[in-house]
Design a protein around this ligand. Structure first.
Ligand code: XMP
Length: 329
């Protein structure tokens, strides 16, 4: 018996547009055969895997697909807007955008333990998605952007958009069209499907989003400062001829002294946040090295980041993994 969760040895690695096109044609047929005229639901995070799934399934069954994009308030600057533009306008899918920002941030208020934060985000995500799923009639299928490393590493449990924990009354048949592909192959397929480069070559981003980079208890002002600083870091490091595997910043829950001068040149000390820039290279996220970033680029980021209200210090994290992890929390 062929195990559908095992990649056949004969399966060719998808490295070219031609191979991607053949894969897409084959999957369109397979999705149509599985789904028939049924309705299919997808949690669309905007990450590469769920975006490729959405594009592929919408090519196969059009408006039978409904995508739900949950904005949990921990997304990066411009992300929800891009998902709505690409899928709502360009791909013209049925897109349900859920503004759950207050709901998540209210639940997270005052919570400083990292694992508790992750659990709250995960549970709240399932609850929001389940509520949306119940509003739709007659959905039979659930699409998931599971990829092959998810199957190999964690028995198919996709940490960042796993909706497998849905309640009993919401048991759907799964449709996982890219589950035998490696990440680089998913990107080739995404490109061939016409997704924008910003989505196809997006760096890894944790499911709990900026929540793990706003360490300790998340406050809206620190989170907003982090979102602005992250946009600056992505913009400036993203211009390098060779971009690191992952680059971002964190704002730890600590304050240090800064100094401001008024128009008369009189200085006053105040407490502000330190923004930590991090850039890493790796092939597997298990061991990471820190690439050189030109000093001029670091200074440019510093000059922009200190303009963000509340931030008065910029640090560059040169820690390798091990000993440090990639994320601060
Ligand atoms: P660490 O910090 O463990 O990160 O060295 C390794 C990779 O995993 C990402 N990461 C997460 N992804 N949920 C996720 O989906 C999480 O809770 C999470 N924590 C870390 C991290 O961004 C890095 O790419």
């Amino acid at each position: 018996m062929v195990d559908p969760n095992v990649r056949p040895e004969s399966m060719q690695r998808i490295t070219t547009p031609e191979l991607a096109k053949a894969f897409i044609d084959e999957q369109i047929k397979a999705i149509r055969a599985q789904v028939g005229d049924g309705k299919i639901l997808l949690a669309l995070s905007g990450g590469v895997d769920s975006s490729v799934c959405a594009a592929l399934i919408s090519k196969a069954v059009g408006k039978q697909l409904t995508c739900v994009h949950v904005n949990h308030g921990l997304l990066r600057k411009g992300e929800p807007e891009e998902v709505c533009r690409v899928f709502g306008e360009e791909f013209n899918v049925n897109l349900v955008y859920v503004d759950a920002v207050d709901r998540f941030l209210d639940k997270l208020a005052g919570v400083s333990d990292p694992e508790t934060k992750r659990k709250i985000i995960g549970k709240e995500f399932i609850d929001v998605f389940a509520e949306e799923a119940r509003k739709l009639d007659g959905v039979k299928f659930l699409a998931q952007g599971t990829i092959y490393p998810d199957i190999l590493e964690s028995k198919g449990v996709k940490a960042h958009h796993n909706v497998g924990g849905l309640p009993e009354d919401l048991k759907f048949e799964l449709c996982e069209p890219v589950k035998l592909l490696y990440k680089d192959e998913v990107r080739v397929v995404g490109k061939e499907l016409g997704l924008p480069d910003g989505m196809v070559f997006r760096q890894p981003f944790p499911g709990p989003g900026l929540g793990v980079r706003c360490t300790g208890a998340i406050t809206r002002d620190r989170l907003n400062a982090l979102r602005e600083a992250d946009a600056i870091v992505r913009e400036e490091i993203g211009k390098l001829p060779v971009t690191p595997w992952q680059y971002f910043c964190s704002i730890p829950d600590l304050q240090s002294t800064g100094i401001k001068y008024d128009e008369n040149g009189k200085g006053s000390r105040y407490m502000g946040w330190a923004c930590v820039i991090r850039a890493v290279n790796t092939t597997d996220a298990v061991r990471v090295t820190v690439p050189e970033i030109p000093f001029a680029v670091l200074c440019k980021m510093r000059d922009e980041i200190v303009k963000i209200p509340g931030i008065n210090r910029v640090l560059w994290d040169i820690s390798e993994k091990p000993v440090a992890t990639i994320e601060w929390e």
